[in-house]
Design a protein around this ligand. Structure first.
Ligand code: CU
Length: 438
């Protein structure tokens, strides 16, 4: 997979992007549990970059999902990611995780969708349905589309679906399709709405949710994935839009924009749509985190300084050489993420899916594990994390997934160590180098 500067056509705009294999929407990787992903990565960009595999519960060490390792311009790196046999299936994604330029590199195009097959087996009613993978991306047209321009103002951002401006999606009257959105935006919230139709949310962050929700709109925040069932009404043209939304008084504004034209028309060449049966879910990995004992409780405070433009976790900006949290393997922990600012933040931790226990003190029913969660303005979210899988031993990060915030400091490091072998491997602390640096 080659990261390079690329001329990209977005609708009628010609921009200079940064892409994987020349494609603004990025390649789609399809894997099965038990597979090993081997990626020979070539950095032809004029700056450092790397690849993070968002949401995967895999090793953060060495050539694994090692976001600490930077690939310098002109260098290569071989990612080897064994996917456990019992890894939850679903939609994941991969993207640049270079600090402090992740925002502009991702806006330039550096991301793609990664599917671990098997979701349709866990939600059998979806098996015969047409599946669309729909990557939401945004491009800053304000900076003239240049790779290194800081992507402001957000108001000028162009949101695309699979790298296309206002593409067409076709269904037959009465047909139900599985639309699998991934929020591959750097900062942007997308409030999805489809003319005259309800959306049935059946999955979040790769996994099926245990109680599907029928909604008239659904927010897909930065890095979140949402699987929805859409049933077409009578023949006609409909609009899928990103409705107006905002992230708070000092946050970002997102104006309404059309995302796709949805064309409903009979198609005699395809089978007649059948009514959808009951939604049953068989997801063996969708279990709450066991709570016989909580080994540690931690407070993670997201704050910012509007004067300096810096963003903090527990009053510090990111330092890759500092280890902020050390967790012995085997711990089950409860973290309270507090937002003491006037805008939304999105908590994400690498390697470890978590259970959302409460939001602003209100207990949350268990509907499924997540790898991202919005933290409300001046509010807090408590999550429960099981650091019990020996595979995740090593150093990795947790951060706000609004990449502007991450780049400006809102990221911290965590080390999960094996108390039986505390010095066996510090894991992942390689900040530069190529094939010969290990
Ligand atoms: Cu944030």
């Amino acid at each position: 997979m080659v990261a390079a500067r690329t001329h990209v056509k977005l609708g009628d705009r010609e921009v200079e992007g940064a892409t994987y294999n020349g494609s603004y929407a990025g390649p789609v990787l399809r894997l099965k549990p038990g597979d090993t992903l081997r990626m020979h990565f070539v950095n032809q960009l004029p700056q450092m970059t790397n690849v993070h595999f968002h949401g995967l519960a895999v090793s953060p060490k060495g050539h694994g999902d090692n976001s600490m390792h930077m690939v310098k311009p002109g260098e290569t790196w071989d990612y080897v990611i064994p996917i456990p046999k019992d890894h939850p299936p679903g939609v994941y994604w991969f993207h640049t995780h270079g600090h402090d330029f992740a925002e502009r590199q991702l806006m330039g195009g550096l991301s793609g969708t990664l599917v671990i097959e098997g979701f349709q087996d866990e939600v059998p009613v979806t098996k015969p349905l047409v599946e669309h993978l729909l990557a939401l991306k945004e491009f800053s047209v304000g900076g003239g589309g240049r790779l290194n321009s800081v992507p402001k103002p957000l108001n000028g951002n162009l949101r695309t679906l699979n790298g296309q401006v206002d593409p067409e999606i076709v269904l037959q009257p009465g047909e139900t399709q599985l639309w699998r959105f991934s929020g591959q935006t750097a900062n942007g919230y997308v409030r999805l709405k489809l003319d005259g139709a309800k959306l049935t949310v059946i999955g979040r962050d790769a996994r099926p949710i245990l109680s599907p929700e029928v909604v008239s709109e659904v927010d897909v925040g930065p890095s979140e994935r949402v699987d929805v069932l859409v049933t077409a009404g009578p023949a006609g043209l409909y609009r899928l839009v990103a409705d107006k939304t905002a992230t708070g008084p000092i946050g970002d504004q997102f104006p309404k924009q059309e995302l796709a034209l949805v064309k409903v028309a009979a198609d005699p060449s395809r089978p007649e749509p059948q009514p959808l049966g009951p939604i049953q879910i068989f997801a063996p990995n969708q279990k709450p985190v066991p709570v016989e004992h909580i080994d540690e409780r931690r407070l993670v405070v997201f704050s910012e300084d509007p004067v300096t433009g810096l963003f903090f976790i527990n009053h510090q900006t990111f330092d890759p050489h500092r280890t902020d949290v050390r967790v012995p393997l085997g711990n089950v922990e409860e973290w309270t993420i507090r937002n003491s600012s006037e805008e939304l933040h999105v908590f994400h931790i690498h390697q470890v899916p978590f259970q959302v226990v409460s939001i602003n003190g209100v207990a949350q029913p268990f509907t499924g594990l997540r790898d991202t969660i919005d933290v409300p303005i001046h509010g807090e979210v408590t999550v429960r994390l099981a650091f019990t899988d020996p595979l995740i031993v090593g150093r990795f990060m947790f951060h706000c997934h609004i990449l502007e915030h991450e780049d400006k400091g809102m990221m911290a490091t965590i080390e999960v160590y094996d108390p039986k072998h505390p010095d066996a491997d510090k894991g992942g602390m390689i900040m530069a180098g190529g094939d010969h640096a290990h």
